[in-house]
Design a protein around this ligand. Structure first.
Ligand code: AMP
Length: 282
């Protein structure tokens, strides 16, 4: 496994890789969620490239950029054992050279949910992913359903900008108690960690009533909110039942929806989601 930092080194190494190339962009402090993407890429592609870059432009001024957890030696060992060929660890100076002023921004799809709570976040995401795509030139790129809006935004951008890249969205990996894996889970104290299972429980509660025939979007939001309200440590920021592609909030009867939420546990902001669908039995 090669680990490279400079742009010229990466370009030269990329040119020599057998195709198709599968690419997994990450911010590091890797867990089984990230590794599941690398494994899927390994199974589907001749070469696997992973980037590790804590992208400053997707963090708001009051967010956790400086505190974001990092452990490069551990990350590299995990990627090596997942069979990754090349790890790119660019510095902020490589990605954002002096004078940088060109941005990629998707519009309506970035306005609700995470985009509504984190102004500028998706402009940072689409800009850095477009730059990573331009340099790595993968045939396939792998993203997690854990960040459902991010996956939808990247799909939109890829189509809008004619990147010849197939976007593959992989299932959310969870801890045994249902908490979605996240690098930010490391911020939780033991009490918050126990309480954090409420996000998955709220999604399950809504899915259960949907399976029992409830179709009203407002009622599904209500079921999620009531479950969250029963956990005193949880401070919900939004609870949503939205169109899985456009992310527009839904009202009235639904057949398919993205249920999602952002919840503060102490100072830690957690997100989770699930797609529900009425599959007709034949
Ligand atoms: P991050 O390092 O948080 O930017 O995440 C890098 C990629 O891993 C993104 O595509 C995430 O959606 C994905 N990812 C993060 N957590 C999980 C998880 N629990 N299961 C599956 N994919 C994940």
């Amino acid at each position: 496994m090669q680990t490279l930092t400079s742009l010229p080194d990466l370009r030269a190494a990329r040119a020599a890789l057998p195709e198709p190339v599968g690419f997994v962009p990450t911010m590091g402090f890797l867990h089984e969620g990230h590794i599941s993407l690398a494994r899927r890429a390994r199974a589907e592609c001749a070469s696997v490239v992973v980037s590790i870059f804590v992208n400053p432009t997707q963090f708001g001024p009051k967010e956790d950029l400086a505190a974001y957890p990092r452990d490069l030696p551990r990350d590299l060992a995990l990627l090596e054992s997942a069979g990754v060929d090349l790890v790119w660890t660019p510095t902020p100076e490589v990605m954002y050279p002096p004078g940088f002023q060109t941005w990629v921004a998707a519009e309506a799809i970035t306005q609700p949910l995470e985009g509504g709570m984190r102004p500028g976040h998706f402009r940072g995401v689409t800009t850095v992913v477009a730059k990573l795509f331009n340099v790595v030139q993968p045939q396939k790129a792998y993203f997690g359903q854990k960040d459902a809006q991010q996956a939808a935004v990247i799909r939109r951008m890829t189509e809008d900008l004619n990147f010849p890249i197939e976007i593959v969205v992989c299932p959310t990996m969870r801890e045994p108690d249902g908490l979605a894996m996240s690098s930010r889970n490391t911020y939780l104290n033991p009490e918050e960690r126990r309480a954090a299972t409420v996000l998955n429980r709220a999604l399950s509660a809504a899915e259960t009533v949907f399976a029992a025939g409830e179709r009203d979007a407002g009622r599904l939001r209500q079921v999620m909110s009531e479950t969250l309200a029963a956990e005193p440590l949880a401070r919900p920021q939004y609870v949503s039942c939205a169109d899985p592609e456009t992310l527009a909030e839904l009202n009235g009867p639904i057949e398919r929806a993205l249920l999602s939420m952002a919840v503060f546990m102490g100072k830690t902001r957690l997100i989770d989601n699930r797609v529900i669908e009425n599959v007709r039995k034949i």
